[in-house]
Design a protein around this ligand. Structure first.
Ligand code: SDX
Length: 428
């Protein structure tokens, strides 16, 4: 494999170095392109453009491979826990027993939030989408911890912000839900593990005793692992670009939550269930909706299908599909939309349009079915995605800052009006 690439432009030949990563991916380093040729590249959506070199997550879209810090997602989903995976992503290695216990203890003892958060929460109407509440409350942490606004903080100070984020996000998420349903909020219970504590904050009511079902807590822990990072996706790139301006980690994560919200990204898990419900209400005719998805005149897309990088099965979708059968079986839940989803998947995988475009189920296609079986309401699905993705966003923000990366500022090709004189109002 050559270590440089040649460009011939305007009768001149230019050479640029080719960098190769630890998994033999290669990229042309164009840092000197504009300076030597006057040219820039143009790549809407950055489909062919690498924004950074990263040691956190590797995925191979053609082979359907996903690894966090070199560990296979299949092994981590089966053998690890969400907080252990969070530690791995953020600090680069699996924790030993004492590291894990310290990390877990730190997080457990930062789950409580300032009482004034309730005043912010009360300002949101009860029909507020929980993603908007969540990004607002995370950004509000800059007000309660103004030290986080100082750009070059110590590693210890940044680690405290990291612990606060991982500890408080479940509290904010559950409180956003309680605000929406008009129930009183629940305080964290430090006797419980991470997922059981979240479930209790979500579903406990003052008038009833609540014990989280261990089957539900375990399924949730696995789902959070599967969502924990995914290299330079839309929301992670947002976190890195916002962080590159030396904005605080809280402001950067809040921006990532907002980017994830879109239905083409993390919002797809909510859209999938809404789509499956619509198909069910319309008689369950999967083929009719497949035809709509293929019709260029119809804006309808098969939500939960297709991916910018995976041109094979999303490995997470395979694990989640299997987990959906297991969890619904254990909970004795029979959800007709699961059958519709499987029928839709089978039809799409055997349809030339989808085959030609290498469109497969992605992480969002089955996750909503499990969330629903766990009792999570549809409008909270993307919040669950954010809870899982938080360690990945943190790890990527930390790597970007530790690598001293420059502020993210792409260029453009201008196609607007050429220079012209101002025209006074009476002459327009
Ligand atoms: C996530 O990037 C990540 O890693 C994201 C994520 C993560 O973990 O962070 O994996 C999480 O966001 C998963 C994706 C969730 N989104 C959806 O399920 C929404 C439905 N999917 C699509 O909108 C689409 O597939 C995207 C947005 C996911 C990817 O879009 P691309 O890479 O820009 O591809 P494209 O829109 O250019 O589509 C290529 C072709 C087009 O047809 P042609 O113009 O070539 O004829 O495929 C078609 C598209 O019309 N197509 C679909 C389709 N997805 C793509 N047609 C019907 N249904 C679909 N779902």
């Amino acid at each position: 494999m050559s270590d440089n690439a040649k460009l011939i432009y305007d009768g001149q030949e230019y050479e640029f170095p080719v960098v190769t990563g630890s998994e033999n991916e290669s990229a042309i380093d164009i840092a000197k392109l504009r300076g030597s040729t006057g040219l820039i590249t143009l790549d809407p959506g950055f489909k062919n453009t690498g924004s950074t070199s990263s040691a956190i997550t590797f995925l191979d879209g053609e082979e359907g491979i996903l690894r966090y810090r070199g560990y296979r997602i299949e092994d981590l989903a089966e053998k690890s826990s969400f907080l252990e995976v969070a530690y791995l992503l953020i600090y680069g290695e699996l924790p030993n027993q004492s590291e894990y216990e310290n990390f877990t203890k730190e997080i457990t003892h930062h789950t409580l939030v300032h009482e004034d958060i309730k005043k912010i929460l009360e300002g949101f109407p009860s029909n507020s989408h929980p993603m908007g509440v969540l990004s607002s409350l995370i950004c509000a942490l800059t007000a309660f911890y103004p030290d986080s606004l100082v750009p070059n903080r110590s590693e210890e100070e940044i680690n405290l912000s990291i612990v606060r984020l991982i500890a408080k996000m479940p509290t904010f998420a559950a409180w956003a839900y309680k605000n929406e349903v008009g129930h009183p909020v629940n305080y964290p219970d430090n006797q419980l593990d991470y997922c059981s504590n979240f479930l209790k904050m979500m579903f406990a009511l003052p008038a009833e005793k609540y014990d989280a079902d261990p089957v539900v807590a375990s399924a949730l822990d696995k789902l959070l692992i599967l969502h924990a990072d995914h290299e330079q996706n839309c929301s992670t790139s947002t976190v890195r670009v916002v962080g590159s301006s030396q904005a605080s980690i809280y402001a950067s994560i809040s921006a990532g939550i907002n980017a994830l919200w879109g239905p083409l990204h993390g919002g797809a898990n909510q859209s999938v269930i809404e789509m499956l419900e619509a198909i069910k209400a319309d008689g369950g005719d999967a083929k009719k909706y497949l035809d709509k998805a293929k019709d260029k005149n119809d804006p309808f897309r098969l939500m939960g299908f297709g991916h910018r990088v995976y041109k094979n099965f999303d490995p997470r979708a395979k694990i989640i599909k299997k987990a959906a059968d297991e969890v619904l079986g254990k909970l004795g839940v029979n959800d007709p939309v699961l059958d519709i989803a499987k029928e839709l998947e089978y039809a799409a995988l055997n349809d030339q349009y989808f085959i030609d475009r290498k469109l497969y189920p992605n992480v969002d296609f089955y996750s909503g079915i499990i969330y629903r079986a766990l009792g999570i309401p549809t409008e909270m699905f993307t919040v669950m995605f954010a809870l899982g993705r938080l360690p990945g966003w943190i790890a990527q923000w930390k790597e970007m800052r530790e690598n001293g990366e420059p502020i993210g500022r792409p260029r453009q090709v201008y196609v607007g009006a050429n220079e012209r004189e101002y025209v006074s109002m009476n002459k327009r």
